[in-house]
Design a protein around this ligand. Structure first.
Ligand SMILES: Nc1ncnc2c1ncn2[C@@H]1O[C@H](COP(=O)(O)OP(=O)(O)OP(=O)(O)O)[C@@H](O)[C@H]1O
Length: 260
């Protein structure tokens, strides 16, 4: 199907996601809709348990909606594919017996799409983009948590997916490293304008990273608001800083639940 430039890259329409355990049926998200355009830095923000990771899993193709549709470039998603690559929070995403470069090359050659030479060139290009050229031959256990996350990001980007899915990628880092990684991600985005769908429960991180923010209500996650964001100085619709506005929206949800 031919897509016009204004068509969303990713379209999530009325998506309800459920887990079936032995005892329960858990509704993780309820009729969630949003569109991600090419080169968006789209952030899904919400309290713990509101279904952010589950939504990302569904976009990754690991879980099918019980209601609604998820489409990438107009095609419905039913399974994982190389057009969507996931970066997780955990530091153990890398193969421990392979060097930084080998980890990235392996991801590129495993699909059989790239030859060795081409994969090595591309791997080094992205390793350089995350400032790890000097560590290309290092093994993961010799790297800091932040460096390992950079390798995971380089590996994801090297696969050149249509959309990079990031699930709280910096949550396990100390505050200083986390801030630095956010800065680097924005720099990387300036360089390459990749499309990213980024999950976090941190308001400051959402405001810093996002060009748009989808705010989900507590469990089961429903769309509370969608906000445009242009950096930490962005003002919310009522004139106060955006972070404050988001805090108030989330606080109202807590109040509502407490009094229900
Ligand atoms: N494998 C699973 N089986 C059953 N229920 C699950 C499973 N994974 C998640 N859930 C439930 O689905 C709901 C949403 O979970 P999810 O992990 O998507 O939330 P989240 O917003 O990403 O939370 P957090 O910010 O804490 O990671 C929760 O109620 C959770 O208990």
């Amino acid at each position: 199907m031919l897509q016009s430039s204004s068509s969303p890259l990713l379209s999530v329409q009325g998506v309800t996601l459920r887990y079936r355990t032995k005892e329960h049926l858990v509704t993780a998200t309820y009729r969630v809709s949003f569109d991600v355009l090419k080169s968006d830095r789209y952030v899904i923000l919400g309290p713990s348990g509101c279904g952010k990771s589950t939504l990302l899993k569904a976009v990754g193709g690991f879980l099918n909606p019980v209601e609604g549709q998820i489409k990438l470039n107009g095609h419905e998603i039913h399974q994982p594919g190389p057009d969507r690559v996931m970066v997780f929070q955990e530091f153990d995403q890398l193969l421990p017996w392979k060097t930084v470069k080998q980890n990235v090359v392996f991801a590129l050659t495993a699909s059989g799409k790239l030859g060795r030479r081409e994969a090595e060139d591309r791997a080094m290009h992205y390793i350089d983009k995350v400032n790890l050229t000097g560590f290309a031959d290092s093994l993961p256990h010799t790297l800091s948590g932040g460096m390992k996350q950079r390798v995971a990001i380089a590996r994801g980007m090297a696969m050149e997916p249509e959309i990079l899915l990031m699930d709280e990628p910096f949550a396990a880092l100390d505050a200083l490293t986390r801030g630095k990684m956010q800065e680097e991600l924005l720099q990387l985005w300036e360089d390459t304008k990749f499309t990213v769908l980024f999950v976090t429960h941190s308001i400051p991180e959402a405001v810093r990273i996002g060009s748009r923010i989808l705010l989900l209500s507590p469990h089961p996650g429903q769309v509370r608001a969608e906000l445009n964001c242009h950096g930490i100085d962005t003002m919310g619709p009522t004139g106060q800083p955006l972070a404050k506005h988001i805090e108030e929206l989330l606080f109202h949800d807590h109040e509502r639940i407490a009094h229900a």
